[in-house]
Design a protein around this ligand. Structure first.
Ligand SMILES: Cc1cc2nc3c(=O)[nH]c(=O)nc-3n(C[C@H](O)[C@H](O)[C@H](O)COP(=O)(O)OP(=O)(O)OC[C@H]3O[C@@H](n4cnc5c(N)ncnc54)[C@H](O)[C@@H]3O)c2cc1C
Ligand SMILES: *[C@@H]1O[C@H](CO)[C@@H](O)[C@H](O)[C@H]1NC(C)=O
Ligand SMILES: *[C@@H]1O[C@H](CO)[C@@H](O)[C@H](O)[C@H]1NC(C)=O
Ligand SMILES: *[C@@H]1O[C@H](CO)[C@@H](O)[C@H](O)[C@H]1NC(C)=O
Ligand SMILES: *[C@@H]1O[C@H](CO)[C@@H](O)[C@H](O)[C@H]1NC(C)=O
Ligand SMILES: *[C@@H]1O[C@H](CO)[C@@H](O)[C@H](O)[C@H]1NC(C)=O
Ligand SMILES: *[C@@H]1O[C@H](CO)[C@@H](O)[C@H](O)[C@H]1NC(C)=O
Length: 530
């Protein structure tokens, strides 16, 4: 078989790791070839690529968004990548995988912050199920709903909705290449959340393949706990979601964007200090987020209305920002989704190319961390952030996303996402650097800005536990320990309560119900509460 060489490689790599971890050595080679044989009798060969194929590496890296993962992913590649076009292919992957001891990593958009959808930090043989081909969007404008394949990108979803149903939209994230599979399973925040909640708050139904390879079509078949868990409880833990039925939400024909910059000399510190309490209390139709970078703050809006409306509201609520008529741009919601990401360039490129382009140039190495703020920081704290060594993050930024509005009205336990009432805003810390990783190693050398900043912030943000957003996955919080073949609840609790608060326990009970053997496993999945 074509896989002979890659398997030898995998066995060698695995032996190296197994020695470190001191685990018994399973007979990887035989289970791997049995798995591939099992899969190839159930799936057309063109949908199954092994490392010997020339298309394998381009496919593997196709949706990697963080340059630091390219070398490790190609050095320790999956046994194969399956690109299913229907449910039975995914069912076969689960059944063959369980029978022959091969785990699956599911990938929708590939944006996982720690690369867990295609990269394992553990000595295990795994296959990638890449859902990119499951990207149909069926919009029902009359019912204001859509069925969305898990492999759809946000750009594809926005484009399909905006074209089929002008006047309707869907609340989700900013970056058009994020996959709905990962975004929805982790919550999904964006600039419509103050009006309509997270993506997960607008999911009406779904289909999923469970840990036994059964296809569960709809929430009745799934049961309340599982349907609850997949709407924010984190990707990869409970099954492979194939498609989602979502509620579309009304937007006016024109929405308003502005991007107002304040330098420190222009009062950025005072403006951000005030923004902390003003932004979460604005009318739900108006979201103003902030990007803090290089000693300045960019205030960016989405207003569901025209420019006069936003200028009037802010003159009243936030005169210090000084937003004028000339700062605004009115456009359709669909244009807005491109504009926010690509800025002025989006005027020069057709929307189609922007929104349907899954493969974008990969940037530098990135590390992200997140926090929630319940109590406004003082102007002195902001002053320290703006003047932090490294030029107030010359190669990094803080993105502040305001909560309030609809977000504050949803109970903490309604979905697994617990960061609801009382939250003023979410902080995402981002650090970029020009990294190098020698092929075959996983040594990612990171400058220290983000860690010292995160330590500095500890007294000012949520505590016990210090909360974080699960879609900004961060392995610094800890990874699961596996005992007796199952990820332990105690090791999961350490990171899990940061993401899910008190909901973590119900998630772990659900995991026990739907996957007690812990087949769907990675470094940070919800473990079963045994
Ligand atoms: C450039 C960029 C911009 C971002 N912007 C935002 C934003 O605006 N708002 C926001 O909320 N988040 C944002 N994120 C975070 C993003 O929501 C998460 O990284 C999300 O998990 C990505 O989903 P994906 O399908 O692209 O990722 P993947 O890497 O494919 O998947 C992420 C996780 O979900 C699992 N998974 C994927 N598909 C399925 C499925 N169908 N069934 C079960 N499990 C599945 C994977 O196994 C993996 O564990 C951004 C991330 C990046 C890199
Ligand atoms: C970190 O966040 C920034 C801003 O949202 C995003 O551009 C980047 O891709 C993210 N990186 C990772 C690894 O998630
Ligand atoms: C802006 O919107 C308001 C409220 O919907 C409306 O009354 C007004 O005429 C609009 N102004 C312009 C210039 O379109
Ligand atoms: C907002 O303004 C800043 C500073 O001028 C710029 O770097 C950034 O690209 C702008 N963002 C958008 C979305 O226009
Ligand atoms: C998609 O973007 C990449 C990187 O910017 C570019 O090289 C490629 O040509 C684009 N594809 C299409 C179809 O426009
Ligand atoms: C913070 O605000 C106080 C009171 O308004 C003021 O005296 C002080 O100078 C400010 N500090 C900074 C760093 O802006
Ligand atoms: C990476 O290197 C290039 C070229 O030297 C430089 O322009 C850029 O600012 C660097 N980026 C980061 C994030 O360090």
């Amino acid at each position: 078989m074509v896989v002979a060489t890659p398997i030898t490689h995998l066995v060698l790599t695995a032996c190296f790791f197994l020695a470190c971890f001191n685990l018994p050595l399973p007979s990887l080679a035989s289970s791997s070839s049995d798995f591939l044989r099992c899969l190839s009798t159930n799936v057309p060969s063109e949908l199954l690529l092994t490392p010997g194929s020339p298309s394998f590496k381009p496919l593997l890296v196709s949706s990697i968004r963080n340059a630091k993962f390219v070398a490790p992913a190609t050095a320790r590649p999956p046994l194969c990548i399956l690109t299913p076009t229907k449910a039975s292919h995914i069912q076969a992957a689960v059944r063959c995988g369980r029978r022959h001891g091969v785990r699956l990593r599911v990938r929708s958009g590939g944006h996982d912050n720690e690369g867990l959808s295609y990269l394992s930090q553990r000595p295990e043989v795994f296959a990638v199920v890449d859902l990119a081909k499951l990207h149909t969007v069926r919009v029902d404008p009359r019912e204001a709903t859509a069925w969305v394949g898990s492999g759809t990108t946000l750009g594809e979803l926005y484009y399909a909705v905006g074209k089929a149903a002008p006047g309707l939209a869907f609340p989700a994230g900013v970056c058009p290449t994020v996959g709905v599979g990962g975004l929805f399973t982790g919550g999904g925040q964006g600039l419509l959340m103050r009006k309509y909640g997270l993506s997960a708050d607008n999911i009406l139904d779904a289909t999923i393949v469970d840990a036994d390879g059964n296809l569960l079509q709809g929430k009745k078949a799934m049961g309340d706990d599982l349907f609850w868990a997949i709407r924010g409880g984190g990707g990869g833990s409970f099954g492979i979601v194939l498609s989602w039925k979502v509620r579309l939400v009304p937007v006016p024909p024109r929405v308003t964007f502005f991007n107002v910059t304040k330098t420190m000399e222009q009062g950025a510190v005072d403006a951000v200090t005030k923004w902390q309490t003003v932004a979460p209390a604005l009318p739900d139709d108006l979201t103003v987020r902030v990007v803090v970078q290089q000693r300045q703050a960019n205030f960016q809006s989405l207003y569901l209305g025209n420019c006069s409306g936003v200028v009037a509201t802010l003159r009243d609520r936030f005169p210090e920002l000084g937003v004028k008529y000339g700062d605004c741009r009115e456009m359709s919601w669909l244009q807005y989704t491109a504009y926010l990401y690509f800025g002025d360039a989006s005027n020069k490129i057709p929307l189609e190319v922007l929104l349907l382009n899954r493969t974008m140039t990969i940037g530098p190495f990135v590390k992200n961390k997140s926090d929630y703020v319940n109590k406004a920081l003082t102007n002195n704290t902001w002053h320290n952030i703006f003047t932090w060594p490294l030029g107030g993050a010359a190669h990094g930024e803080l993105i502040l996303e305001p909560h309030g509005g609809r977000m504050a009205k949803i109970a903490d336990a309604e979905t697994p996402f617990p960061h609801r009432s009382g939250v003023l805003y979410n902080i995402q810390y981002v650090q970029f650097w020009n990294g190098t990783t020698a092929a075959g190693t996983n040594s990612i050398i990171m400058p220290n800005w983000i860690n010292t900043m995160y330590d500095y912030m500890a007294p000012f943000v949520t505590k016990n536990p210090r909360a974080a957003y699960s879609n900004y996955r961060d392995l610094d919080f800890g990874v699961n320990k596996v005992v007796g073949g199952v990820s332990t609840y105690d090791s999961g609790k350490v990171w899990g309560e940061r993401y899910f608060g008190a909901n973590f326990r119900r998630l772990a009970m659900t995991k026990r119900k739907v996957d007690p053997a812990d087949y769907f496993r990675n470094e940070q999945i919800v473990p079963p509460l045994l």
